[in-house]
Design a protein around this ligand. Structure first.
Ligand SMILES: Cc1cc2nc3c(=O)[nH]c(=O)nc-3n(C[C@H](O)[C@H](O)[C@H](O)COP(=O)(O)O)c2cc1C
Length: 171
């Protein structure tokens, strides 16, 4: 696990290679195995492999454009009516998808949607809801772009570790 965590980077450039159905299933199993508060599982996932839809989603906000070149996007939704800590549950599922991607030799990047704007008058969340036909009761937390990496990034090193953020027994 530690080796994977050092190697994991946000990858935003992808080859045109498709992700096969068995690999997509692995991602879905990983997401559905995510822990959630009290086991309420308030999340839902929209798997997008249609390049026209990926292109539209890439316009959701600044800092999402690379989704256009991804083989796959997984949109993470959650129902606040099912859990008061849906934000945490959705973030855990996103993290698990990001780490699963690394473990499968794919590159991925988190795209924040919650609390972000599409335009001055429309939130990124409203935009994604409109594009995907998501019901109003479901919040859009984030999207994970996934594809075979077409960039290589150096792994993290011990020099990146902010040990000053760790406190022993007392702050
Ligand atoms: C909550 C969260 C939101 C993020 N949102 C975006 C985003 O909208 N667009 C993007 O390109 N990267 C996004 N990232 C990726 C971060 O920029 C990246 O993890 C950070 O710069 C560290 O780089 P590394 O992942 O390569 O270690 C997000 C990461 C997290 C954890």
């Amino acid at each position: 696990m530690l080796e994977l965590l050092y190697k994991r980077r946000s990858i935003r450039k992808y080859k045109s290679t498709k992700v096969d159905a068995a690999t997509v299933q692995s991602f879905l199993k990983a997401a559905l195995l995510s822990p959630s508060s009290r086991g309420f599982q308030p999340w839902q996932f929209v798997v997008v492999d249609d390049s026209d839809v990926l292109t539209q989603l890439a316009l959701a906000k600044k800092g999402a454009s690379f989704l256009k070149g991804a083989a796959l996007g997984i949109v993470i939704l959650a129902d606040p009516g099912l859990s008061d800590v849906w934000i945490e549950d959705a973030a855990i599922a996103a993290t698990i998808l990001h780490l699963t991607s690394e473990s499968l030799g794919l590159g991925s990047c988190w795209i924040q949607i919650r609390e972000r704007q599409h335009t001055e008058s429309e939130t990124a969340e409203q935009y994604v809801q409109r594009i995907l036909g998501i019901p109003d009761n479901l919040k859009v937390a984030s999207m994970i772009s996934i594809g075979y990496p077409d960039e290589s990034k150096s792994p993290h090193t011990d020099g990146d570790l902010r040990l000053d953020k760790v406190h022993n027994n007392k702050f």
